[in-house]
Design a protein around this ligand. Sequence first.
Ligand SMILES: [Ca+2]
Ligand SMILES: [Ca+2]
Length: 329
Amino acid sequence: MRANSAAADFLSRGGIAVCLAVLSWTSPAAGAWNEIFADGFESGEISMDRWAGQAANPLEGITLAESSLGDPVRTGDFGVEFRLALTDPVDEFGKRRSELRPRPAAGQPPFHADFGPLYRYEFSLRLPEDWSPDGPEIVAQWHGAIDLDSEGNPTEPRRSPPISLRTTFLETEPGSEQYLPAWDARVRWDANETTAMNMSTVTSMNLLDPTDATNDLGVWVDWALEVRWDWDPNGAGVARLYKDGVLVADYSGPNAFNDARGPNSKIGLYKWDWDSLAGIQLRVAHYDDVRTLIFAEEVPAMSWPGITLLALGVLGLAAIRRPKLSARK
Ligand SMILES: [Ca+2]
Ligand SMILES: [Ca+2]
């Protein structure tokens, strides 16, 4: 009797557990990361079908890194090496950059995110051991797309990226003139549809305060940025930055410009100030394992009334089986 009763209790509790499992499995809050883009360069090439390049030096700015040649790679046999030199020619805006933008489909234009979904951007980055601390330089950025009029002319000025991961410096003590390499990350946003020509409508802030990067030189660092792009101060914008899986910046608030199109994404080097602290002549950095993902809300297996009926059904089954077990004594 006692055994049968215990069995009935177990079945009943089991039924409830099944119900809870079903409910949590199909909860609307559940979801999954779906891959939009991934390249670890294991095809042995930097495919222009998969990437759009911007290289001040077309020959040496962006090249394949090969482990067989002793180049640093994060995984597999290949990665990518970016170089940017003071001697590189400047672009039409007087700037130097070596950057790659992923294409979501072969030969298609570079990826631009939508406003609304949650995205996750991943990449591994290795700065060389001899990286001298200097004024800010961008090592990954997410750039807004300026709005255009009906004839395709810009209606607003070129702006700095809404989110950027940068290298910078920290002074060991105020006035010491001894500097450490550092990371930081910036956010810029503007809720106005048309950004003022003098940028007075743009808000700029730190996502990650300057953080000592001394122990990150000569080793791979796995970065991930989770973002829900939104310019609205009352909106749903978030930006979470992970370094080697550790959350190092967690921001809720506006993180974009009010544009018709959402931001793109780039890996690589962009240095605008070549007359700063360390008198840099050349920057070299390696990247690998680049992925872009979008968070998809899981479509419930059935609607909520259906789940409730299923839950009641499982509970009912447990109740029906209880007297049966008791009667068998
Ligand atoms: Ca690789
Ligand atoms: Ca705009």
